[in-house]
Design a protein. Structure first.
Length: 300
């Protein structure tokens, strides 16, 4: 089994743990922005420290960063923030699940964007696996019990937000891959950790400015919630390192497609941690999604 597959599965698992912890932070009266900021506040310094230690111990030294790196890195960082904002906005809409369904178009969109801006190649078999996974996501995300028929639920503001987030995340993954590949020297982990350190530093600064401007006092509430927030930072750091290494090793489309295993982890957490039941429709979605992941692993 290729290394990128194991790393992507690890990234999805760490991300599931992070979201579970962030749910607890929300329950502790932090805002959505505050719960999001926790991942940067407690992970960014650790990532920078790891990058410095690794570069020093391996003798690779300071990175040689070409101008194109900043273009890719800022593209990835800014579109990730935009995509996250669109997903957060979905929470205020009744047909949230439909919007999330369209958010998952990031897998297909990242494939198209990767071909256009990075020259990545997607095989026919891999594209088939991606489409099979999309069917599984449709089963998992759509809610027939919501108001209106399928088309009425699809053509809505949440649809637009979902598509916008999918497009943003499609650019984000490819931006990070482009930034990492643009570095002039270094092994895979070196390029990934340097890219991650610079990106998270930028995003932390942006979040600080936003919270000071719009949610004064929220930063101190995040600091006071350090016990859970610190764990959010650690799980975020582990997940982010795995994502960036995976993007360095493989095309964003393949990584994002396999990363949908996060949905399986989330359902298991819901069932075993929060006592939620899995519906028949969700079981059907799991079958398609599992088949998609197995096929993608087999053909790449």
């Amino acid at each position: 089994m290729d290394l990128w597959i194991l790393i992507t599965i690890g990234a999805a698992f760490a991300q599931t743990v992070r979201f579970m912890l962030q749910k607890q932070l929300k329950a502790a009266q932090l805002s959505t922005a505050g719960a999001t900021f926790a991942r940067f506040l407690y992970s960014s310094p650790l990532v920078a420290l790891i990058a410095i230690i690794y570069a020093s111990n391996t003798g690779q030294g300071a990175p040689e960063i070409p101008p194109v790196f900043w273009a890719y890195a800022l593209l990835g960082a800014s579109t990730q923030i935009i995509g996250t904002a669109c997903v957060v906005a979905l929470f205020s809409h009744r047909n949230f699940a439909v919007g999330i369904t369209f958010k998952k178009t990031d897998v297909l969109l990242s494939a198209l964007i990767g071909v256009l801006i990075l020259g990545d190649m997607i095989t026919g078999a891999a594209l088939g696996a991606i489409l099979l996974g999309l069917i599984g996501v449709l089963y998992l995300s759509d809610t027939p019990s919501a108001a209106g028929g399928l088309f009425k639920r699809m053509w809505s503001k949440s649809t637009a937000l979902g598509l916008a987030s999918g497009l943003a995340f499609g650019f984000s993954g490819n931006g990070y891959r482009g930034a990492s590949l643009s570095l002039g020297h270094g092994d895979t982990f070196y390029r990934a950790i340097v890219t991650l350190a610079l990106v998270t530093a930028f995003q932390t600064a942006i979040m600080v400015v936003w919270l000071v401007w719009r949610e004064r006092g929220e930063i101190m509430r995040v600091v006071k919630a350090w016990r859970v927030a610190g764990l959010v930072g650690l799980s975020s750091m582990a997940g982010s390192i795995c994502w960036f290494v995976a993007y360095t090793l493989q095309t964003a489309a393949y990584v994002n497609a396999l990363g949908q295993v996060e949905l399986l982890f989330s359902l298991m957490v819901g069932a075993f941690v929060f006592g939620e039941t899995i519906s028949r429709r969700e079981w059907q979605g799991l079958v398609f999604l599992t088949g998609s992941i197995a096929l993608l692993v087999a053909v790449t």
